[in-house]
Design a protein around this ligand. Structure first.
Ligand SMILES: [Zn+2]
Length: 295
């Protein structure tokens, strides 16, 4: 006869197993959703040349599958290989220029470029925030601010996923070669030396919760609505808004966000003008005041 105490314990155990299985299934479903979203998008971006990609050192490349042979020796005679151990893949950000000036507030545009300048430093974005675990880099301040923003977004139930960040001039040239301007001659891809991505402060984002909300449809996502409300608190602004196309020279890009610091991001929101206009005014004011000092 099973006692009442034992029966209660048995039920408690069954409930614990069911709850654990439920939590695991939920976590797994969420993870699979993000993976599904991230695998479906941005496949059209060309792969940069070897020397311009983040450096992927595949230390496992000395391993080859063992070809089956008819006269193969018994498995027991194969000595264990040292190289059979899984080794980590080392990934590092592209080359930087430690002497480069800070270009965080540079009014880069189709007519004002930075040549082949590189940022003075680059650090990687944790792959948990990126598309398909992709490897992307930003300067330290922009990277840290993005992480803070992405965590705040997640607390509010939206997932900001990075699909692009720093791009060198050479990488940009390859992207541009594969793109055509729209019927009004508004570009969707900047020329090398003219892309905000070359500053190391700019990210392209997609929705981690709804897979169809890519590129222009990102504007329909909860992630975009969250960014419009909150991004300035973390120093990020939308560079190319709808309605500004003739002024910026670019199509509206809801997915494209640039870090300019919290103070400037909030001032820009107050002024409600295109970013390039704000930064040009700022550069002119700075030039005026420095000329004034010299007189
Ligand atoms: Zn972009």
């Amino acid at each position: 006869m099973v006692s009442r105490k034992h029966t209660l314990r048995l039920w408690a155990f069954i409930i614990l197993v069911l709850v654990t299985a439920g939590v695991y299934t939920n976590e797994r479903a969420r993870h699979q959703k993000v993976v599904r979203v991230t695998q479906q998008m941005f496949v059209e971006e060309p792969i940069p040349k070897q020397d311009e990609q983040p450096i992927f050192v595949d230390v496992t490349s000395d391993q080859h599958p063992i070809e089956p042979e008819l006269n193969a020796k018994p498995v027991t005679e194969i000595k264990p290989s040292v190289s059979a151990k899984p080794k980590p893949v080392v990934r590092t950000c592209p080359a930087t220029d430690p002497d480069a000036p800070d270009l965080t507030l540079f009014p880069i545009s189709p007519t004002l470029g930075i040549g082949r300048a590189r940022p003075s430093e680059l650090v990687s974005i944790p792959t948990m925030f990126s598309l398909s675990g992709g490897f992307f880099c930003l300067n330290q301040v922009a990277r840290d601010s993005f992480q803070e923003m992405a965590r705040a977004a997640e607390r509010d139930g939206v997932l900001l996923i990075v699909v692009s960040a720093y791009r060198s001039a050479a990488h940009q040239g390859q992207l541009q070669a594969n793109n055509e301007p729209d019927e009004h001659d508004h570009a969707s891809v900047a020329a090398p030396g003219h892309s905000e991505h070359q500053l190391g402060t700019t990210i392209d984002l997609t929705s981690g919760t709804v897979s169809v909300y890519t590129f222009h449809r990102f504007a329909e996502s909860a992630e975009y609505a969250w960014l419009v409300q909150n991004a300035a608190d973390y120093g990020f602004v939308q560079s190319y808004r709808p309605g500004d196309e003739d002024l910026t020279g670019y199509i509206a890009e809801p997915w494209h966000w640039r870090y300019i610091g919290v103070d400037h991001a909030k001032k820009l929101a107050d002024q409600n003008i295109p970013l390039v206009t704000y930064l040009t005014n700022l550069a002119l004011e700075t030039e005026d005041s420095s000329n004034g000092d010299e007189q």
